[in-house]
Design a protein around this ligand. Structure first.
Ligand code: RIB
Length: 277
C-alpha cells in the first residue's frame, strides 16, 4: 500500500447554493447553507485515503467546534491525524463558498493553517520521511512548504521531482508571459495542466499530450482539483504511467463533482475502477 503524507490546510467549508451570482451591493436569497469539511490539504488526504492509500495529514486546527469536525472527517476516512495539532486560542480555517451557475467562488480565512510551522514538520519528520509521496498546496505559509521541499530533497526521498498541477489561470500567473505549449514543453513530465472540460495536458518527449476528461453534469466543483491531486498521487505512487495516472485522476475528479461538498463526492477505489471500464 502506498504511503502518502499531506502537509497542508484543514478548513470547514461554509457553502451557500444560489441560482445565480450576486452582484456587488445586491442582496439575494440563497437556496441552502451547508457546513462541511474541506481545505485543500485535508481534501487531498481524504481523496487519497478513499482510493486505498495509507495517508497521514500534517496541519493545524483551532480548539473550536470546526476543528473537531475536521478531526472527525479525517478519522472517518482513515486518515492518520497524529500530527494535526489543535492550537489553543486559535480559530480553525474556514472557506466561504458560493456555488452558482455550475461554478464556485471561494474566500479562505487561513486562521490556524497560517501557523503550520517548520517545527511541526520536524516533529512529524520520522513519518514524513517514510512517505512514497508528499503532497503540498498553498494554504499554509510558503516558508513551511519550502522547508518540506528542502528536507525531502536533502533526504533524496522525492528524487527532487515535483509535479505541479496548475489550471490554465494558475499556470498563466506562475509562468507569466508564456503560452501553454511553452510552459508544458519547458517543464516536461512536471507540469500537469488541468484544462477543465478539455481534459489535462502535459508534455513528454517533446510532444504535448492531452488526456481527455469525462463528461458529467456537475453539482458542485469544489474540491475537484484536490480529488485530482490525491488520486494522481495514489496512482503514481502505485507505479501507474503518467497517462494512466491522469486518466485515473480525471475519473476520480469527474465522480467528485456529482455531489455537494469538497469531500462529499470523493470516490472510493471501486467507483473509479468502474468508471474507467
Ligand atoms: O479546493 C477546494 C477547497 O479550497 C475547499 O474545500 C476550501 O476549503 C478551500 O480550501
Amino acid at each position: 500500500m502506498s504511503k502518502i503524507v499531506v502537509v497542508g490546510s484543514c478548513n470547514i467549508d461554509i457553502t451557500v447554493e444560489c441560482d445565480r451570482w450576486v452582484h456587488p451591493g445586491e442582496t439575494i436569497f440563497g437556496n441552502r447553507l451547508t457546513v462541511s469539511p474541506g481545505g485543500k490539504g485535508a481534501n487531498q488526504a481524504v481523496a487519497a485515503a478513499r482510493l486505498g492509500a495509507d495517508v497521514m495529514m500534517v496541519g493545524c486546527i483551532g480548539d473550536d467546534v470546526y476543528g473537531q469536525l475536521v478531526l472527525k472527517a479525517l478519522k472517518e476516512n482513515n486518515v492518520d491525524s497524529t500530527y494535526v495539532k489543535v492550537l489553543p486560542g486559535e480559530n480553525s480555517g474556514t472557506a466561504h463558498i458560493t456555488v452558482a451557475e455550475d461554478d464556485n467562488t471561494i474566500i479562505v480565512i487561513k486562521a490556524a493553517n497560517d501557523l503550520v510551522s517548520p517545527s511541526l514538520i520536524d516533529e512529524a519528520w520520522e513519518d514524513i520521511s517514510k512517505a512514497d509521496m508528499v503532497l503540498l498546496q498553498h494554504e499554509i505559509p510558503a516558508a513551511t512548504n519550502a522547508y518540506v521541499i528542502e528536507k525531502c530533497a536533502a533526504h533524496a526521498l522525492l528524487d527532487k521531482i515535483t509535479y505541479l498541477t496548475p489550471n490554465e489561470h494558475e499556470a498563466a500567473t506562475l509562468f507569466a508571459g508564456k503560452g501553454k505549449a511553452d510552459i508544458l514543453d519547458q517543464n516536461q513530465g512536471k507540469v500537469i495542466m488541468t484544462l477543465g472540460s478539455k481534459g489535462v495536458a502535459y508534455a513528454e518527449k517533446g510532444q504535448v499530450i492531452t488526456v481527455p476528461g469525462f463528461k458529467v453534469k456537475p453539482v458542485d466543483t469544489t474540491g475537484a482539483g484536490d480529488t485530482f491531486n490525491g488520486a494522481f498521487a495514489v496512482a503514481r505512487a502505485n507505479g501507474k504511467s503518467m497517462q494512466e495516472s491522469i486518466s485515473f485522476a480525471n475519473a476520480a475528479a469527474a465522480l467528485s463533482v456529482q455531489k455537494l461538498g469538497a469531500q462529499g463526492g470523493m470516490p472510493y477505489l471501486h467507483e473509479v475502477e468502474e468508471m474507467l471500464k
